[in-house]
Design a protein. Structure first.
Length: 189
């Protein structure tokens, strides 16, 4: 027998897959994770058979959305790491993550469900924690963030602020002020 060949997906199949992910991001952001997958297929302008060919289960679709959002979150972290001032980097990271959660209700729900602990998403979780640890460590080493704060605290605190849509900027500012060591000057406004 000859060597097996792996066929590359057709361009239209790749486009349909991306349309489904984009539609799922929008639908989950608006309506949460309980929405029917038929609504995702309708919004992507494909049939449900196409949806199930790409994502055999709803969880598979949710995982793809989480991976897309985590990629975006990691980009927020990378941009923050490029900022020379550790306090400004820390603040920009928290603001970016909070805005992502406010914008995307489905991501917010997935992060707070145990979905992020599923084996298929562990690399995503490790990536999120890793970038948060780096940004936090830089801010703590420079003396602008309390030493007793851990990356798990940041996730909880950001989620608390993001849960107050419409007031999340105010709550995030309160959070940032509270993360300063006693006697330290305020983080950049």
């Amino acid at each position: 027998m000859g060597a097996s060949t792996t066929r590359r997906p057709r361009a239209d199949a790749l486009r349909n897959r991306q349309r489904l992910i984009d539609a799922a991001v929008a639908v989950f952001a608006e309506q949460g994770l309980d929405v029917a997958v038929a609504e995702v297929a309708r919004r992507a302008e494909v049939g449900t058979a196409t949806l199930f060919r790409n994502f055999p289960t709803k969880d598979d679709l949710i995982y793809a959305v989480i991976e897309a959002r985590v990629t975006e979150l990691l980009e927020v972290g990378k941009r923050a790491m490029e900022i020379e001032d550790p306090g400004e980097a820390f603040e920009q990271f928290l603001i970016g993550v909070c805005e992502l959660q406010v914008r995307d209700r489905g991501f917010f729900e997935a992060i707070h469900s145990r979905l992020i602990d599923e084996p298929g998403l562990m690399q995503c979780k490790k990536g999120m924690i890793g970038i948060a640890e780096q940004i936090l460590a830089r801010a703590q080493e420079s003396g602008v963030v309390r030493a007793d704060v851990g990356p798990e605290d940041l996730g909880f605190l950001i989620s608390a602020a993001a849960g107050r849509e419409g007031q999340h900027e105010r709550y995030l500012r309160i959070l940032l002020d509270g993360l300063r060591p006693v006697g330290a000057s305020a983080l950049p406004a």
